[in-house]
Design a protein around this ligand. Sequence first.
Ligand code: SF4
Ligand code: MG
Length: 329
Amino acid sequence: TKHFPVRRRLRDLFSNRHDAVHAVDDVNLTLRRGQVVALVGESGSGKSTVARLLAQLYPRTGGDIRLHGESTKVKAGTAFRRYCARVQMIFQDPFASLNPVHTIRYHLTRSLKVHGNAGSTDAELEQALHALLEKVALTPPERYLDKFPHELSGGQRQRVAIARALGAEPEALLADEPVSMLDVSIRLGILNLLRDLKERLNLAILYITHDIASARYFADQTMVMYAGRMVEGGDSETVTQSPAHPYTRLLIESAPDPDRLTGVADAASPKDNGEPPSLIRPPSGCRFHPRCPSAMPRCSTDLPVPLQIGDAPGHWAACWLYDTEEVAK
Ligand code: SF4
Ligand code: MG
């Protein structure tokens, strides 16, 4: 762990919050290279917990995380170390994730060296530093290398954080609300950069957001989380155009403008009066039942299982409305 000071600090910071860790259940997620998967939900839905579990920042109490089929259950093992290098996290707040006393050169050099990508000569290191800044469109690189984080804008800082992640030559990026703390006018630029990097570097990206409209714009697959469980998933076009789960519908109705392609909305909370439930003692049965306009008697007692929706391949929802056997009775 001595190579991952940020990782360790976060693990310490979150290790007291076992409530959140226990609360995420039955989450099943596959990231593929060249694809963006969006994980959408309100704050408190457990989506950041999922990202931190995937980044191995939280200890997990069950389940497994695999890279190319290889389990990372053994913490000290080679597979675990390889995973930590290959899967990099981008945080919401680029102000907090860059150390203010160090230059951009320091941050990027450290990432390259830790992951063995710094080359063997000063010239090779310099070339690698330039290449990283060029990848995130901070050019010419020499204009940025010796600056301190506070001398850059929020968007530029987030680009540096992305460049630092790329220093590991990752296969996957976990981006937890990567634009929600940035000015609305530059959010799209960062999302477009991530999409461009996904294509050029064949990255898998997990995009965590409260904004379902941006998921439609940016992600190939969309998964919706409510109260620590996944409630719907499928390709982004289908999930956002023909949502099946009542919660997904509520999220889309509450989006300021579901069709807009510019910027990313701030609105995080659906406009009904309900509150997301506690993750420590979630409601019985379907966790959404206290807020659901379509709730039936069984919803408060039976936990819905994921059911295939219509003909769209891979579109599913965990909702009793789609239990056709039940309807037939
Ligand atoms: Fe609503 Fe019942 Fe479906 Fe849950 S299972 S979303 S309560 S209809
Ligand atoms: Mg969060």
